[in-house]
Design a protein around this ligand. Sequence first.
Ligand code: SR1
Ligand code: MG
Length: 416
Amino acid sequence: MTPSQEYEPLDVDSLGARLAGVEILSRKVGPDASAWRVREVGDGNLNLVFIVEGPVGTAVVKQALPYVRLVGDSWPLPLYRAFYEYHALTRQAARDPGSVPEVYHFDEAQALIVMEFLSPHVILRRKMIAGERVEGLAERIGTFCARTAFRGSELSMESGAKKADVGLFSGNVEIPAITESLVFTDPYFDAELNSHTPGLEPVIARLREDAALKARVQRMLMSFASNTETLLHGDLHSGSIMATATEARVIDPEFVQYGPMGFDIGMLIANYLMAFFSQPAHRGDDPAAYQGWILETIEGTVASFEAEFARLWTTERTGMLFPACLFEDQGHSSEPAMKALLRDIWSDAVAICGIEMHRRCLSLAHNADFQEIEDTALRARLEARNLMMGRELILRTETVPDARALTAMAREFNER
Ligand code: SR1
Ligand code: MG
């Protein structure tokens, strides 16, 4: 396949012939494309994902579709998003080596990325629904969030390079627009693509009649849309992490954009909290003990984020912001400035967390943690706890000064 060929979606029958000329696939999978076994396994909302197996090894081929897969061709979506995903993966790999799958090949015209097959990894959300622990999860992902946040900002980058990169990613307009509506706007009015579990109507009415809540969410949207602090993953939930019992890797950064440093970690914590609230309805061995592990994971993730951020502050603060010539060189400690910044990041993360907890129950694209609960009365009860805690996080962010306060609040809402 040459890059100049017109875009055409792959399928399991055509993939071998069409990608036979991709040299790295011959090396990673096997030289004879007719011997490749191809499966389409995409279970996300947007793309085709193929696993290609051969006598030498296995690789993944991810291809963008020109529409939202979850909805169909009534919702067109530009293929150029694959370009931004590719550039996000290369930046994440450089900023936190080993955290993301290795990219083998990118074809812009076909909107496809050939990458490392992670095995025996499975999607973290599936593991959490099944009540399975992942050793080292908190440290791995907290560190990822800190390294990508710090190293993607002017704390580390030279000012011109950062501005140029903001310019590059600003071409990605349709993908942030999805988040702007599905996450920040649709949950708070009767949007066309919304759905919810029957029985939640009184809770939804309470959220939508709260002008202070909606105003606070819109302030967060303003920050998300216009604050270019760092390069975000942009969709860091438990479906964007693949894990074994002892290892975790981050995948799927196609929602990459510049945004506030607290966004990724806030979205991640929200998804851990939804695993927490939904766990009693699933078949884990000991749901209460597993819920305890989830809360420990949240606290550990934030602790790892802050520890790594502080380490980078001391060892890698080479960018335009908070330069040593204003602090250490003059005998001043920059630590209070770092602590104040971490407080602001946490405050954004708490509010984003509450908003994500709302959108996954009210807007399009619900998560399996709740959706797979067949007893809708039970699902509504558990979702209501999640929605009401989300409200508290958005409206009373300042009453949640740290991760311990957040997990204590989760325990309290879990009893309601
Ligand atoms: C139409 S896309 C819906 C959701 O799927 C992605 O994973 C993002 O979370 C997006 O909001
Ligand atoms: Mg995704």
